[in-house]
Design a protein around this ligand. Sequence first.
Ligand code: F3S
Length: 395
Amino acid sequence: MYLNREEEKTLQGEYGESKRLAMKILCALGDFFHAEKLIRIESAHVSGVSYKTGGDALIDVLEKFAESRPKTAVVTSLNPSGMDRLRWREMGITDSFATKQNKIIELYQSMGVLSVCSCVPYELGNIAKSGHHVSFSESSAVTFMNSFLGAYTNRESGLSALASAIIGKTPEYGLHIPENRNPEVVVEIDAKLTSPTDYGVVGYSIGKNFGSKIPLLQKISHLNIQQAKQLSAAMAASGSISLFHTDSCTRKEFEEKTLEKMVIDQKHLDELKDSLDPTSQPDIIMIGCPHTSIGTLRRISELLKSPVSNRTQLWIFTSRPIKMIAGSMGYVQNIERMGARVFCDTCPVVSPMPEFELALTDSAKAAHYLPTMSKIESAVKPLEDCIKIATGERI
Ligand code: F3S
């Protein structure tokens, strides 16, 4: 990969060990993928924050990075950590886990990474215009940024996103190149999608069927943010899709007729939903994968009119800034008065959850990961049904 004079100097260590390390990672990545050069990025988002998933090795790597006190060159946000930074005891987190988790967050902060601890940085100001390059490493956010906003990012690892954040550049390959963003398969959605959860279920099926191929979704051209969040998260989880197009796709350089096609009709959708239905009473209901928006917190506070049943718990996950706004409007108080809990800085998948048998969630992505990451069986229902089941109402 071609490096200009400044980049060469960085690689030689003239600007400190941390920048040398970051440049070395970007060069290795660029050489591997035959990138010709580095390109500037507008912002970055770094995953790899939870002590549950990173362990002591993550602390060692971050200490090495932070040694010569680098600062991120662009606005950089942080993914969820392994606990609520204030209410971790309520989540059953141990003292030693909390100490190490805080250490990880402090190391990121020392490098200028914004500790928003959220997987929806685009709802918190880390957003980009269509065609702008960014370096993101949370798979659901990668797909959202590429598909809903039209920004350009590869699916980075936590380490490569951090390296890009420190240098302010990324190797030009993959989804940073317009020709690589053409649809590769067509999916016709011939079914009625009535909730964001339905979009997640459809995304889950597409990811499972097409792995990492770029789909063109037909008959769903007007996505809203909540639908796009669930669709992006699910197809990036069951497959590794980092970009999808919809009917409004403006890319004309592909021959649609020659592409493999799949149809998701009502029968297919209903069967999928049936297969995800809970078979017994869940002992935990989890909302907030990806992190709950202010609009959804408002909706939950309206829906939750009676106390959470003593046969289950209702945990809602969001970011701290969104929780603060929701608190100022009284939504958090309304929700917690009914016995539910609103946690932030973390999520049901990356935190060491206490023992539960069956989790009900409105997210196909969470349902996908809970059995393996948290050893909890999972089921999926739309938000409204989740709240009804939480309060013991019949649905
Ligand atoms: Fe976010 Fe955790 Fe889901 S990081 S997308 S809430 S698995």
